[in-house]
Design a protein around this ligand. Structure first.
Ligand code: SF4
Length: 219
């Protein structure tokens, strides 16, 4: 019996939520949208663990956009030097904080259009902030795990993150746009790994077409 796309998506979501009941973002040290935005900028091409190690001291010293906008690049660099690309990120953070103080009265804007104009902020970061802090479901954050697993599960045929996001928005219920990112990241870390997907142990194996898995393994 063939099932519709919406039935498949419903099954996938249900199985993911059952198996990862506490799925949530793994950036942990923030107490404002500015701090989550800062942590998300730092997490590009770095692990969340690395970011979590530097944010307590960074936010102790610069808890808000005004203080960060007055920091020197060298001060910021010294606090985030264990994070990848820290020199670029130090500049992004200072400029982002200046932008917030000058244009938004030190508040964080709440649309993707405004957020992606901030230094260091792309659609993924903007979506993480909107979904996880504000509960605004304007889009879906597509990281490397979401990209890979969406393709393997045949939820998209695209490889461009923006196009994948559009595909997912058409089939994932809006209330799950934030959650799906965290569920797929958990699944990507634990089972559907890039080079060694554990298909034999996977709770999605009966409904997964495993698109591209062999190709990935040959890389
Ligand atoms: S069956 Fe394999 S490819 Fe499909 S989701 Fe599970 S681990 Fe990934």
């Amino acid at each position: 019996m063939t099932i519709s796309v919406s039935q498949r998506v419903e099954q996938i979501l249900s199985l993911l939520e059952t198996n990862y009941p506490n799925s949530t973002g793994s950036l942990i040290n923030f107490s404002s949208p500015f701090q989550l935005l800062t942590a998300a900028i730092l997490s590009a091409q770095s692990t969340d663990k690395q970011v979590n190690a530097v944010t307590p001291k960074l936010f102790e010293r610069f808890p808000n956009p005004i203080l960060l906008s007055h920091a020197t690049i060298e001060e910021i660099e010294s606090l985030i030097s264990s994070v990848g690309l820290y020199k670029n990120k130090a500049k992004f953070l200072k400029n982002m904080a200046s932008h917030l103080t000058e244009k938004y009265n030190s508040n964080v804007p709440t649309t993707i259009k405004e957020l992606i104009k901030l230094p260091g902020v792309g659609r993924k970061t903007a979506n993480v902030l909107l979904n996880d802090w504000f509960g605004i479901h304007e889009g879906i954050a597509v990281d490397t795990h979401v990209k890979r697993i969406s393709y393997r599960l045949e939820l998209t045929e695209n490889s461009n993150p923006n196009k994948i996001e559009e595909d997912l928005k058409l089939i994932i219920p809006e209330g799950k746009w934030g959650k799906i990112t965290h569920l797929l990241i958990d699944h990507g870390r634990k089972i559907c790994r890039a080079q060694e997907p554990l298909c034999n142990e996977c709770f999605l194996s009966t409904i997964c077409p495993r698109i591209g898995v062999i190709k990935d393994l040959k890389k």
